[in-house]
Design a protein around this ligand. Structure first.
Ligand SMILES: C[S@@+](CC[C@H](N)C(=O)[O-])C[C@H]1O[C@@H](n2cnc3c(N)ncnc32)[C@H](O)[C@@H]1O
Length: 258
């Protein structure tokens, strides 16, 4: 089963992660957010919309096609005057043309099939010289072996069918670069980064995260019984009482509107 982003039961799936200093450092190496208008498409619970505001963006518009996600993001960002959320599709947001200096799309495009349409819409929203920043995980990023940091690798060892699902939906670097180029973006840059995902006090906290399928759409492909099996599999590879610092490898593509 795929995750249903429109279900009320999943509305907090992308609302609890803490933005980590390694993500901030990478973003600052790509762009100076101060004073910029940022549109965060596929914003989920608005974690990174808020992060852009904290990086001194002038205004941030989070967009998501799920009314439930927009509801959560609005709730979580109550009191922020320069962050708003709108319901809209990544391929046709309904936002005004040339209204953004930066379009950010994190963990969005592996849920889409038409990257060209997505990036054309990003290009429409950007002013000339504006920047698209796309963050996702490629087949290479996800196929790394499991380790006490890269916990996801264990998921695919335990259930190889998950890797097949991932390989079918994850964007290759070349596909993203070609789609950005066809959509009018130049000065393309592609970088791979390790980003801290979450710090758990001990294995039990990680186990609760896995059982809750928090922020991991791939775990919706497993039944509750299979999740229990996965927790046991991961548990045999980690110390029970030591902290776990989970990291994910990501690819970030950046392009400038010509
Ligand atoms: C994996 S979550 C990532 C959320 C957030 N960007 C983050 O990194 O925490 C993907 C988000 O994209 C949204 N989404 C998926 N397809 C979309 C589409 N066609 N248009 C707009 N949002 C979409 C989902 O509702 C979900 O909130």
């Amino acid at each position: 089963m795929k995750i249903d982003f429109h279900a009320a039961a999943n509305r907090y799936s992308y609302a609890s992660r803490e933005v980590q200093p390694d993500w901030i450092a990478v973003i600052r190496s790509l762009v100076d957010p101060a004073g910029k208008r940022v549109t965060d498409i596929g914003c989920g619970g608005g974690i990174y919309s808020a992060a852009w505001a904290d990086l001194d963006a002038a205004e941030v518009t989070g967009v998501d096609f799920s009314a439930e996600m927009v509801r959560t993001a609005t709730e979580k960002n109550h009191g922020r005057t320069n962050v708003v959320f709108r319901q809209g599709d990544a391929l046709a947001t309904g936002l005004p043309s040339e209204s953004a200096d930066i379009v950010f799309e994190r963990a969005l495009i592996h849920h889409l099939t038409d990257y060209d349409a997505c990036f054309r819409e990003a290009g429409r929203l950007l002013v000339g010289g504006g920047q698209a920043i796309v963050q996702d995980r490629t087949p290479e990023d996800i196929s790394l072996p499991g380790s006490p940091e890269d916990i996801r690798g264990y998921f695919y060892e335990c259930f190889p069918r998950l890797l097949e699902t991932e390989n079918a939906r994850r964007p290759t670097s070349q596909a993203v670069e070609r789609a950005l180029s066809r959509s009018g973006f130049g000065a393309l840059r592609t970088i791979t980064v390790w980003e801290t995902r979450k710090r758990h006090d001990d294995f039990h906290s990680l186990a609760a995260d896995i059982r809750g399928r928090v922020g991991r759409s791939i775990l919706h492909a497993l039944s509750d019984a299979e999740l229990d099996e996965l927790v046991r599999f991961v548990g045999r590879r980690l110390p029970a009482d030591a902290p776990v610092v989970e990291k994910d490898r990501w690819t970030i593509w950046s392009g400038t509107k010509g």
